[in-house]
Write a protein that binds this ligand. Structure first.
Ligand SMILES: *[C@@H]1O[C@H](CO)[C@@H](O)[C@H](O)[C@H]1NC(C)=O
Ligand SMILES: *[C@@H]1O[C@H](CO)[C@@H](O)[C@H](O)[C@H]1NC(C)=O
Ligand SMILES: *[C@@H]1O[C@H](CO)[C@@H](O)[C@H](O)[C@H]1NC(C)=O
Ligand SMILES: *[C@@H]1O[C@H](CO)[C@@H](O)[C@H](O)[C@H]1NC(C)=O
Ligand SMILES: *[C@@H]1O[C@H](CO)[C@@H](O)[C@H](O)[C@H]1NC(C)=O
Ligand SMILES: *[C@@H]1O[C@H](CO)[C@@H](O)[C@H](O)[C@H]1NC(C)=O
Ligand SMILES: *[C@@H]1O[C@H](CO)[C@@H](O)[C@H](O)[C@H]1NC(C)=O
Ligand SMILES: *[C@@H]1O[C@H](CO)[C@@H](O)[C@H](O)[C@H]1NC(C)=O
Ligand SMILES: *[C@@H]1O[C@H](CO)[C@@H](O)[C@H](O)[C@H]1NC(C)=O
Length: 306
């Protein structure tokens, strides 16, 4: 049968705690499994299958919360706590009525299948399995692009997308202007129960501006980043029409200049000698109202000195 522990130490643990029979019954009944997801560091609650009525107390019951057949997560017999696996010490609580198990803070190693087994006066009341999926968030992907070759037609880029510190092992996917594409992915992790770092690489020939997206998906969660890649143009730059505000500014300067010259030409020759200084002042004032360009006063001064 599936529930027979394979290794002798596990068997001893099982029998030693008197859980073996309960386990077999527990597994026999665990057809539909509940699933709970939790993130590393959070507090998670795993529901049991029985609620003790208010007329009774935990003293009449034996309650076992165990993981992976062999590990005692939290267990009570006649109201007393039984020895638990070291990994769960000081991290667990159980509601004395509905027998919900609380684990805080959740660790990656807590991932797995848990069983709650309830016995009253040595008779099995119920047993149930709950699967705990532990996840850890990946950092927002960091996309970097490095130009490896550049020509008039195309820019060859080496794109790298990286994200770290998450669990479980993620999938990395990509899109180029929303057309899906594959990253050449690599993963690093100290063990299969440690956080993962993931890196995706690709070489791309960019002929026009494109948006590249990198998504990291893990246990139903996802995080993604997009980056606009622009083709670095190293061809001879064709003449381009200047933007609107440059044109406007140019027109204003030209008009002001013409105005200044016109005014100067009109007033200055007629009032040479004695009045000229005063006149020139007024002309300069008039000019200043139209322009901030310092060149203008120089032009007027030159004209007046003739
Ligand atoms: C069990 O009781 C606790 C309060 O102690 C409550 O927060 C929790 O939702 C209950 N769980 C279920 C499954 O009823
Ligand atoms: C669960 O127990 C099985 C054997 O019963 C063992 O092979 C496996 O490594 C255990 N898994 C964990 C996470 O302890
Ligand atoms: C749990 O807490 C007790 C008392 O604070 C402490 O003596 C014990 O070492 C702790 N156990 C673990 C596994 O941290
Ligand atoms: C977490 O536990 C579930 C249930 O045992 C298992 O299917 C899943 O593969 C585990 N995840 C990891 C990353 O080991
Ligand atoms: C992204 O990666 C580059 C190159 O490895 C690094 O210089 C930069 O600091 C990273 N940015 C972030 C937000 O991690
Ligand atoms: C690409 O984007 C357009 C508009 O943004 C959208 O209509 C289209 O469905 C997208 N295609 C795919 C394959 O996601
Ligand atoms: C992916 O990267 C590995 C190591 O960098 C390389 O050996 C392999 O050829 C690459 N695969 C593709 C499809 O680019
Ligand atoms: C994963 O990345 C982080 C941050 O870049 C780094 O500190 C850590 O050592 C990496 N882990 C592994 C297993 O390489
Ligand atoms: C990019 O273009 C260069 C030159 O045409 C070619 O040698 C290279 O294989 C192309 N790379 C990719 C990824 O298409």
């Amino acid at each position: 049968m599936m529930c027979l522990p394979t290794s002798p130490p596990a068997l001893r643990t099982c029998l030693g705690l008197g859980l073996f029979v309960l386990l077999c019954l527990g597994i026999g009944q665990a057809l539909e499994k509940k699933v709970v997801k939790s993130k590393v560091g959070e507090k998670v609650s795993l529901p049991c299958c029985h609620e003790i009525p208010s007329s009774e107390s935990l003293r009449k019951y034996r309650v076992y919360w165990q993981k992976n057949i062999t590990d005692v997560v939290l267990a009570y017999s006649e109201g007393n706590m039984l020895p638990q696996h070291e990994r769960y010490q000081n991290r667990t609580e159980m509601d004395p009525r509905n027998l919900t198990l609380w684990i805080s803070p959740v660790e990656i190693l807590d991932n797995g299948s848990y069983q709650c087994v309830v016995q009253r006066n040595s008779v099995l009341v119920c047993s149930e399995s709950v699967i705990l999926f532990v996840t850890a968030d990946f950092s927002k992907p960091n996309i970097t692009a490095e130009v490896s070759a550049d020509s008039c037609k195309l820019t060859e880029m080496v794109i790298t997308c990286s994200s770290h510190g998450g669990f479980p092992k993620p999938r990395i996917s990509g899109a180029l202007n929303n057309m899906s594409m594959e990253w050449n992915a690599s993963w690093v992790s100290e063990s299969s129960f440690s956080p993962y770092n993931v890196t995706g690489k690709m070489v791309l020939n960019v002929t026009k501006d494109v948006t590249i997206t990198c998504s990291v998906e893990y246990s139903g969660f996802a995080t993604s980043t997009s980056l606009l890649l622009t083709k670095t143009n190293n061809c001879v730059v064709p003449p381009v029409s200047p933007p609107y505000n440059v044109i406007t500014a140019s027109i204003i300067i030209v008009i002001t200049f013409i105005l200044a010259v016109t005014l100067a030409a009109r007033y200055l020759p007629r009032h040479v000698c004695s009045h000229c200084c005063k006149r020139q002042d007024s002309v300069e004032e008039g000019v200043k109202e139209h322009t901030k360009a310092p060149k203008r006063s120089k032009v007027t001064a030159e004209t007046s000195s003739v």
